[in-house]
Design a binder for this molecule. Structure first.
Ligand code: ADP
Ligand code: MG
Length: 619
């Protein structure tokens, strides 16, 4: 048989390599920014159009390239950063594989302009799909500018695979954050579609963090510093009371390179043990310096994992350093004190009989009810729109849920096998029903029904009720709003504000009234009926977290996400005890929902057990 093995032509090899290096616009951003840093730039400008799909340009004032180097830089395995294998063990640069530019040039239109500071003139090169189209001597500033246009122009499948601009821009911004945090003394500017998203001067690490994540970050930072022989730790952790539901502000940098490490993350978690509620995560911005010899250098270009020689020691040092800082800055006692404040009764009440706590959210909140809630003293009456009276007529078949009698609710989904008839789920004797609702472990509401028992998860049930309510408001765009006595100014990071802007209209449809929206803060003058001022930031934090996690793509509905998120924030928690009336109200409202069976996140809201089932169990 004839020989069949051939070497792949360079442009094919490059395209294949590109598949690994360049997954999305943010990968290009990372590579270009890192090259600029390796070139010792002190000022770096990132210009992006259409989330990087149309243009990604990085301009630096670094050391530039000669004409020959400029040409060579696009060859595979062309690098100025290592010369022999030994160099791999003392890497002080970001790049070393000499793959990035070759890969990028294989799948985009690239324009490079570069000049050595010592030269009069610079060089310009244009490349399309690995082919040099033009090279000429030009007037240029010292440093390098690389523009990457029409990413994946020759790989339509990859191009189509890209997510919405919102999602891709978020990846780009994440990458920008990481690089900018790792190098606070380098000045960065970042523009998207002509508007300036970041303008970061050369500054110290604390200032950089505050610049990126917003002014409110400043007060929450606790410095961490530990200098040992094997490891230097500097940076900050967030105070425990500022812990977030999302993990969006967790950063490890090892030798100025962003990395992910579940193991080290665990060490931080261990240091915060007992200080943070479950489901919340501490923020951290930690810079670790280790001897490059002690880490595995064979880092994949797109991966951010890293291997340490002695992880256990790092774990122990990191944990104790953070614990020490939290103690030193008196964080732990402060938090304990606050907890006690929340849970302790004043001395004068010590011997009194405790009464069941009232449920604020549930009692009167029903967006479809005609009456306004009246007992909330912390709000002025505001500009309630006189629209609530029309709700019911718009919802065919849905009576004002507060008036629905249990015995009237038709439920056809829970019939026991063989009993296909649709019927009233609850026994017709309402008096009996009233007596047979009770709460189990402050989590489940148990009630009798004709065929047996129904067990309702109070949190999920309430989420369903609120979710349908908000969804209606959002679709009908007729929410009622209550004006706040004092406008509420809230600070967020630029990136968070961008996200909020995307759902601003929907938020307004639920009753939020925004007066000013600036780059890092906004002012709210009205909130939806039934939402208290203190709940606003809880709602927005949850919402940001949900938008971040529930990556919105083509069939993403902002209204749905918002309704779910608000329902989650405002629903009755497990562990909250409910009076009999409250329990009944919840049950009534649940079965007045269109979809009472499942929570907004598709989990069962209740289960039933028929008398037959019971009997079988007793056999
Ligand atoms: P690597 O960074 O792994 O060396 P790249 O493909 O990213 O590989 O870059 C190839 C080479 O091009 C680099 O080693 C460097 O010499 C040169 N280069 C790339 N970007 C710049 C820049 N912004 N300024 C100066 N030189 C650069
Ligand atoms: Mg590189």
């Amino acid at each position: 048989m004839a020989d069949i093995i051939q070497l792949l032509p360079d442009h094919v090899a490059n395209q294949i390599a590109a598949g690994e290096v360049v997954q999305r616009p943010s990968s290009v951003v990372k590579e270009l920014l890192e090259n600029a840093i390796d070139a010792e730039a002190t000022e770096i400008k990132l210009i992006v159009k259409d989330a990087g799909k149309t243009l990604i340009q990085v301009i630096d004032n670094g050391k530039g390239m000669s004409g020959t180097d400029a040409r060579l830089s696009f060859e595979r395995h062309a690098t100025s950063k290592i010369r022999e294998a030994q160099d791999l063990f003392q890497l002080h640069t970001k790049g070393f594989r000499g793959e990035a530019l070759a890969s990028i040039a294989a799948i985009a239109h690239v324009e490079l302009k570069t000049k050595l500071p010592s030269d009069e003139l610079g060089n310009q090169i244009e490349i399309e799909g690995s082919e040099i189209k033009r090279q000429e001597v030009v007037v240029a500033a010292s440093g390098t500018s690389i523009a990457v246009k029409n990413l994946f122009f020759n790989i339509p499948a990859r191009r189509n695979f890209l997510k919405s601009d919102t999602v891709e821009l978020r990846h780009v911004t994440d990458e920008f954050h990481r690089v900018a945090l790792a190098h606070p003394t380098i000045a960065f500017k970042f523009y998207h579609n002509g508007s300036e998203l970041f303008n970061l001067p050369s500054e110290n690490y604390r200032q950089r963090i505050v610049h990126i994540f917003g002014p409110k970050t400043n007060e929450k930072l606790v410095p961490v510093e530990e200098l040992t022989e094997v490891l230097e730790i500097t940076g900050f952790v967030g105070k425990p009371e500022f812990a977030k539901k999302s993990k969006s502000e967790q950063f490890f940098f090892v030798n100025n390179r962003f990395i992910k490490s579940a193991y080290l993350n665990h060490a931080v978690g261990a240091a915060f043990e007992g200080l943070i509620k479950e489901g919340y995560h501490p923020s951290y911005y930690l810079q670790l310096q280790v001897d490059p010899k002690t880490i595995d250098i064979n880092i994949h270009p797109t991966k951010t994992e890293i291997k340490f020689d002695d992880e256990h020691t790092l774990y122990a040092i990191l944990r104790s350093a953070i614990k020490h800082s939290l103690g030193q800055f008196n964080i732990a006692p402060v938090l304990d004190f606050e907890q006690q404040n929340q849970f302790n009764t004043p001395y004068s009440y010590k011997n009194k009989q405790a009464s069941a706590p009232a449920v604020e959210v549930d009692r009167d909140f029903n967006p479809f009810k005609e009456e306004r809630p009246h007992q909330r003293t912390h709000k002025s009456t505001g500009h309630n729109k006189p629209s609530a009276g029309n709700w019911e007529s718009l919802y065919i078949g849905l009576e004002s849920s507060s008036k629905i009698n249990q015995s009237e609710i038709e439920v056809n989904t829970f019939t026991v096998e063989g009993d296909i008839k649709t019927g009233s789920m609850f026994s017709t004797n309402t008096i009996e029903t009233r007596k047979t609702t009770f709460q189990l472990q402050q989590k489940y509401i148990i009630s009798t029904i004709k065929s047996g028992l129904v067990m309702i998860d109070q949190n999920r049930a309430h989420q369903r009720i609120l979710y349908e309510g908000y969804l209606r408001q959002l679709t009908l765009k007729e929410a009622t709003s209550q004006q706040l006595l004092f406008p509420l100014q809230l600070q967020f990071s630029n990136a968070e504000i961008e996200l909020i802007k995307q759902v601003q209209i929907d938020l307004e449809h639920t009753g939020f009234v925004f007066s000013e929206v600036k780059q890092d803060s906004f002012v709210i003058t009205g909130v939806p009926v039934g939402v208290s001022e203190s709940e606003v930031s809880i709602i927005l934090d949850q919402l940001l977290n949900d938008i971040e996690n529930d990556v919105p793509d083509a069939n993403f509905s902002a209204a749905d996400l918002l309704a779910k998120s608000m329902a989650k924030s405002l629903s009755i928690r497990n562990g909250q005890s409910l009076s009999t009336e409250e329990q009944e109200h919840l049950v009534n409202q649940l079965f007045a929902c269109k979809d009472p069976n499942i929570s907004p996140t598709n989990r069962p809201t209740f289960i039933t057990m028929s008398v037959d089932d019971l009997e079988k169990r007793f056999m």
